[in-house]
Design a binder for this molecule. Structure first.
Ligand code: DUC
Ligand code: ZN
Ligand code: ZN
Ligand code: ZN
Length: 499
């Protein structure tokens, strides 16, 4: 059979090795990997280029309202286009349940937006803010079984946070249904207490965001999340890890055999807290939660990626504009408590990780591939369909020019945020040609993909939830208690049950 597409002469990397070969694509799938493949209907000359799996971004906010009620500037169209230009061929953002909303309806509505607009393959996670019986026992179970096999919970933000009782309820469902729980781990009361005192003293500038989201708040909540998950011996992923202390806690738990995983983001690896000191309101551009830390934290993060303590690098793209719609709802009078939290970074996730990681010798190419694609696929139920370049996998491929230098400007990006935290920075390496399911979607700086042409990918059980490992006796005991019919009555889920 004739290949639809042959990629010829490139240097291929997957998460274990680097080798020279051609790739042949038929009907959106990789049909052959080897030397001297036959010509395709179309040939791409990849000599002198790197041929890598397309990136998978499993933490980004798209067409979503934040805990504070702000709407993202990017919808599924602009976000997916921006991702594609940065070498990412699949995104997994969040369908967010706010209090009082039906989880099923939230997921249904979000799926419709994605289907109409995404130019690349996609799935989504859920954000849970309610733990009533309908949410947990009906809607969540149904959604997990339909391929939405992961969800996020918050330990902070008054409008989203779950208390420890609720977290245990949620973890029990995840254990039963083999879903991966992503945890935003920060201690809400520590942040509230410090913030209140700063505000009372007139300390309202952006940099005080960093003061209030103190490392101890992240470290404490990380430790508590791990303790709760250990009670049921259920896997969790701590998202956006920023602090050395949190890394230490995760590493220690893993050492003890706990199924605890960690994610970090490019901004924690490349920027420091000083950015929030910029004059006037400029610092608001750099306010995210957890906040940027110091050079010592960065060093710990790079080491944790290298050592496998953290498994994924996601963008945590939080597209809020530097205007009244996001960062500055009250103009220059906006306090650090009123700004939208988060930074844009969907398009630059991989270029930054490549430049700061691979080009600077901190990461090998296989490590880069694992952190940008393979581990995302494994951890979120997409492997072996996605995340590697092997026969039978989806032809999701980014062809990189490893030496190309680019000076970053917001104007050259494809999101709708209007600024980039990396303005003026020069990076090395760029994904010039991007292929999703055999379609060349980005080439020579131009988009060749229709709105709505991306496909929903139903996910299987995440690897952390299925990897054969003996449950701890404690986990077995408390899981049995959670599975007990009495523990699953609607009444047991009400606050009155909390005696
Ligand atoms: N948490 C996120 O995951 N993203 C943006 C802001 C936040 O607090
Ligand atoms: Zn064909
Ligand atoms: Zn978060
Ligand atoms: Zn996020």
């Amino acid at each position: 059979e004739i290949f639809d597409l042959t990629i010829r002469g490139g240097t291929i990397a997957d998460d274990t090795r680097v080798f020279e070969a051609d790739i042949g694509v038929i009907d959106g799938l990789i049909a052959a990997v080897g030397p001297n493949l036959a010509a395709g209907r179309r040939d791409i000359d990849a000599r002198g280029r790197l041929v890598l799996p397309g990136g998978i971004d499993t933490h980004c906010h798209v067409e979503q309202r934040s805990g504070m009620g702000m709407m993202c500037a990017d919808d599924w169209y602009s976000a997916s286009v921006s991702a594609a230009f940065g070498g990412t061929t699949m995104i997994v953002p969040f369908a967010a349940q706010h209090r009082g909303m039906s989880l099923k309806q939230v997921a249904h509505d979000y799926a419709a937006l994605a289907a109409e607009k995404s130019v690349i393959d996609y799935s989504y996670h859920l954000i849970l803010s309610e733990t009533d019986a309908t949410t947990l026992d009906t809607d969540l179970v149904e959604l997990i079984r339909s391929g939405i096999t992961s969800f996020k919970v918050y330990m902070t933000y008054d409008q989203l946070k779950l208390d420890d009782y609720q977290l245990l309820d949620v973890l029990a469902v995840a254990a039963r249904e083999q879903a991966l729980v992503m945890v935003h781990a920060e201690n809400n009361d520590v942040i509230r207490w410090v913030s209140q005192r700063l505000l009372e003293r007139g300390k309202v500038a952006p940099k005080h965001h960093g003061v209030s989201h103190v490392v101890l708040a992240e470290a404490e909540a990380t430790n508590r999340a791990i303790a709760l998950s250990s009670l049921l011996d259920v896997p969790i992923l701590i998202v956006h890890v920023s602090a050395r202390e949190a890394i230490g806690t995760i590493a220690a738990a893993r050492q003890m055999g706990a199924a605890v995983y960690g994610e970090t983001c490019p901004h924690y690896l490349t920027l420091t807290e000083d950015a929030m000191d910029a004059p006037g309101m400029e610092g608001a551009k750099y306010c995210c939660s957890p906040p940027l830390r110091d050079a010592d934290a960065q060093e710990a993060l790079w080491a944790a990626l290298k050592e496998g303590v953290l498994q994924t690098v996601s963008s945590d793209h939080a597209p809020y504009r530097f205007d009244a719609s996001g960062k500055l709802p009250f103009g220059d009078a906006t306090t650090f408590k009123q700004m939208a939290n988060g930074m844009p970074g969907l398009e630059l996730r991989l270029p930054l990780l490549f430049s700061e990681g691979v080009a600077k010798g901190r990461l090998t190419l296989p490590e880069f591939v694992a952190l940008s694609a393979t581990n995302h696929a494994r951890m979120f139920g997409l492997y072996p369909r996605k995340g590697h370049l092997a026969v039978g996998a989806d032809a999701d491929i980014a062809i990189w020019h490893a030496e190309r230098e680019t000076t970053l400007t917001s104007a050259a990006l494809h999101d709708r945020v209007g600024y980039t935290p990396y303005e003026g920075m020069t990076i090395t390496g760029w994904p010039e040609t991007v292929i999703n399911a055999g379609r060349v979607i980005v080439e020579a700086g131009a988009l060749h993909a229709e709105r709505g042409s991306g496909r929903f990918i139903a996910r299987t059980a995440p690897l952390p939830c299925t990897a054969p490992r003996p449950l701890s006796p404690r986990g077995r005991f408390f899981r049995a208690l959670a599975d007990d019919a009495a523990a699953r009555t609607p009444a047991a889920r009400t606050p009155e049950a909390r005696m």
